[in-house]
Design a protein around this ligand. Structure first.
Ligand code: SIN
Ligand code: MN
Length: 201
């Protein structure tokens, strides 16, 4: 494995996952979505998020009128399916920690979806990294600092890229400004999947 790039404090592994492994991941994530169907979460203010999401693992991340939080069950009441072994292998490869992730959040971006600048701060141990996997169309990823007003830098994430938010960058503001539709043939319906792995407790 080649050394990661430092992008604004984030460890970036461009092209870490080759095409056959990306296809195996997509198949595994499709099985996750069969067990725990994707849904469009609402924010606390009743606004629908543009991404669709589901989760695997002991906890899933949900958002609704009651706010956002980790839950042990899908909104339908079913337990989240286990995190696929192919996904756990990537965590072991790049996370640098002994604990296993407890949440595998799967976000689907259609061509017009985006993710506003935010911090990942709903977990209790910030010494545990966040590992983020990109599959499908290219996405413009923006990273800032620990304050929303800090300067930001942007880079395109491609299918098979993996990011690790650890150390100083664990709580950095980040988001997805837009996709570049049609840049990947991985997903037959187009768009992008992002898989985010986190230790929650
Ligand atoms: C997220 O921060 O939840 C998603 C980031 C991404 O889609 O790359
Ligand atoms: Mn995030």
């Amino acid at each position: 494995m080649t050394a990661p790039l430092d992008f604004h404090g984030i460890r970036l592994y461009p092209g870490l996952i080759d095409r056959p492994a990306q296809e195996a991941l997509v198949a595994a994530l499709r099985r996750v979505a069969e067990a725990a169907p994707m849904f469009h979460p609402e924010t606390r203010f009743g606004k629908k998020m543009s991404v669709k999401m589901t989760s695997a693992g002991a906890f899933g991340w949900v958002s609704d009128r009651r706010g956002y939080r980790y839950e042990p069950r899908h909104p339908s009441g079913v337990a989240w399916p286990p995190i696929p072994p192919e996904v756990l292998a990537i965590w072991r490869q790049v996370s640098g920690v002994d604990r296993a992730p407890e949440c595998c959040l799967v976000n689907y971006y259609s061509e017009s979806a985006r993710m506003g600048l935010h911090q990942d701060i709903d977990e209790s141990d910030f010494s545990m990294p966040v590992v983020s996997i990109s599959l499908g169309d290219d996405a413009l990823f923006r990273v800032g600092g620990l304050a929303r007003s800090d300067p930001t830098a942007s880079t395109w994430l491609h299918s098979g890229d993996v990011c690790v938010l650890a150390g100083e960058a664990r709580r950095a503001f980040h988001g997805i400004d837009r996709l570049k539709p049609g840049t990947s043939t991985l997903l037959p319906q187009g768009g992008r999947l992002n898989v985010t792995l986190r230790v929650v407790t």
